[in-house]
Design a protein around this ligand. Structure first.
Ligand code: HMG
Length: 397
């Protein structure tokens, strides 16, 4: 039985900050960010957007009336959770009107969380093929202002329904994992922004990938020459290029046959959005599927997921005939094209705003995405529906 991704959908904030503007602010050559890091824009959430509104916005178009009642489990993967106890997925469960007979949990292991969710969901569906599992990866990547990491921020959410006989991607059984305890990137409980040892994080990412690749092959995975398309976790798009070079160098004979074409379409969305932690690999996958002009039917894709701290996993999938009919390419490209640029002052005010000290706060009405954070009341978050947009999406789906 084939199991994998049946539908996939993206939601990003309506605003972005240009990395050319950030370079000017930092007084450095913009080419460092545009080419050295490989990023053009970072998505910036407004004060009434958070990982819940982004997650619900991503999931809404694929939770159609047809699939709603077959969703047995919601797994929301994030490392920018809004509560230490309650799963953010429960807010989404309520906003989307999912059935009560459903389990809802939150997964955390840095950027790797959504891959754990996807692999566990796949195994669960193999056991009970009648069920569908909703996975949402939603994150806001935030570093200290004026730090080296500031140029690698971003925000966004990616939702996928995992099912038997999927319409987009069949996941293969072979998997290679590699975990070890390292402090390359972390965020203490009382910090809004991540702490990072940037150069160490790049080294351990690459080492994790080499080890996970060897484990994948040992688990019966494909040879590199049988994976014409590749997607890597992309905290910034240059990192995917480094990963491609390291992987092909580790297999000198087979690696020679692969060119930059095998991963370059996977970078197009990430270059415009920035790091989205758990969602980043899957936004890369979506970018490959939606932007590659070639017909990818029946072709294999190799994927590498990395979460600092650290866990890496190499796995693979193949593209299902007719996949293009089930993508939302036009909608996603329009969503990215319609965003507004922010001034440095506004980016800074929005990105570094903190709700932590606000027991009660009414949020200004800024977002036009399907859902928004309306207010915080006695530390309780209250979400609302932007009716016009929600109805528009419902009609289109
Ligand atoms: P940095 O030290 O300021 O940058 O920060 P750099 O000096 O290494 O330069 C970056 C690149 O720009 C270099 O290219 C330079 O040569 C080039 P490379 O040698 O790497 O190919 N450059 C230029 N290019 C063109 N024109 C110029 C120019 N000047 C320089 N004028 C760093 C970079 C990524 C370390 C920093 O931004 C950072 O700390 N970011 C956050 C950490 C990160 O993203 N790590 C990635 C691996 S870990 C991971 O992916 C997990 C993560 O997603 C978290 C999670 O799992 O939850 C982060």
């Amino acid at each position: 039985m084939n199991v994998g991704i049946d539908s996939i959908s993206l939601c990003v904030p309506e605003s972005y900050y240009s990395l050319a503007d950030l370079a000017e602010k930092h007084g450095i050559d913009p080419n460092k960010y545009l080419y050295g890091i490989g990023q053009e824009k970072m998505a910036v959430p407004s004060p009434d957007e958070d990982i819940v509104t982004l997650a619900a916005g991503a999931a809404k178009p694929i939770v159609t009336d047809e699939v709603r009642d077959s969703i047995s489990t919601v797994i929301l993967a994030t490392e920018s959770g809004v509560d230490q106890s309650k799963s953010a997925g429960l807010f989404v469960h309520g906003l989307l009107g999912l059935k009560p007979n459903c389990r809802v949990v939150e997964f955390k292991q840095a950027c790797y969380g959504a891959t754990a969710a996807l692999q566990m969901a796949t195994d669960m569906v193999r056991q009970r093929p009648e069920q569908k599992i909703l996975i949402i990866a939603s994150d806001i990547a935030r570093y200290e202002q004026d730090s080296q990491g500031e140029c690698t921020q971003g925000a966004g959410a990616l939702a996928m329904v995992v099912s038997a006989n999927p319409r987009i991607l069949n996941l293969h059984r072979a998997r290679g994992m590699h975990s070890f305890d390292v402090m390359d990137f972390w965020r203490p409980n009382n910090h809004k922004a991540a702490q990072v040892d940037g150069q160490l994080s790049i080294e351990v990412y690459l080492e994790s990938m080499r080890q996970a690749w060897n484990e994948y092959k040992a688990d019966g995975g494909h040879e590199l020459a049988e994976l014409p398309w590749l997607c890597f976790h992309q905290p910034f798009t240059k990192m995917a290029k480094k990963a491609f070079t390291a992987l092909t160098e580790s297999e000198p004979e087979q690696g020679q046959a692969l060119t930059g074409e095998s991963y370059e379409h996977s970078l197009l969305y990430g270059r415009q959005i920035g790091n989205t932690y758990t969602a980043s690999l899957y936004i890369g996958l979506l970018s490959l599927l939606e932007n590659n002009p070639q017909d990818l039917t029946d072709q294999n894709i190799g994927l590498f997921s990395y979460g600092s701290g650290s866990v890496g996993e190499f796995f693979s999938a193949s593209v299902v005939p007719g996949y293009r009919e089930h993508l939302r390419t036009e909608e996603h490209q329009q969503m990215l094209a319609d965003r507004q640029a922010l001034s440095h002052e506004k980016y800074s005010a929005w990105f570094y705003q903190s709700l932590a000290d606000h027991k009660n706060q009414v949020m200004p009405k800024l977002s036009n995405r399907p859902y928004r954070l309306e207010k915080v009341e006695e530390f309780r978050r209250v979400y609302g529906v932007n009716d016009a947009r929600a109805n528009e999406i419902k009609q289109a789906s």
